[in-house]
Design a binder for this molecule. Structure first.
Ligand SMILES: [Zn+2]
Length: 126
């Protein structure tokens, strides 16, 4: 497997391949670009709309290809957000370099055991 760091977004076909694996344990979800097992995800609550939403970011720890989406929370609550809680967290917007830095930051949180997060079903938004 080759290690590339182009920090690109998954294509529609690759996103389909990821969606098709969503019922597998995280450690068994495979990156459709480089074949690495263990796709990672980070979730954050999005407030300020009519209903709470959850933004999710899925990325590969090897090649840093990623995809993000936002959907209705449907009663789910992201209990912890180690990115929001960290004043030194880099921003996820802007250049490829910024995104690579952001994903590397998430990788460090993951390796430190602060990701993945716990998501519970709560009463919010119901
Ligand atoms: Zn990959």
């Amino acid at each position: 497997m080759t290690r590339k760091r182009s920090v690109t977004i998954y294509s529609e076909d690759e996103k389909d391949a990821i969606r098709a694996q969503k019922d597998r344990p995280q450690a068994r979800q495979r990156c459709p670009v480089c074949g690495t097992l263990g796709l990672r995800r980070y979730y954050s609550m999005v407030e300020g709309r009519t209903r709470p939403s959850i933004a999710s970011l899925a990325w590969c720890p090897n090649c840093h290809t990623y995809t993000g989406s936002t959907g209705p929370a449907l009663g789910r609550v992201v209990v912890t957000d180690p990115v929001k809680d960290d004043p030194n967290a880099p921003k996820d917007s802007g250049s490829q370099e910024a995104m690579d830095k952001y994903l590397s930051f998430l990788d460090r949180l993951w390796d430190a055991g602060r990701l993945p997060q716990r998501i519970v079903r709560g009463d919010i938004g119901s």
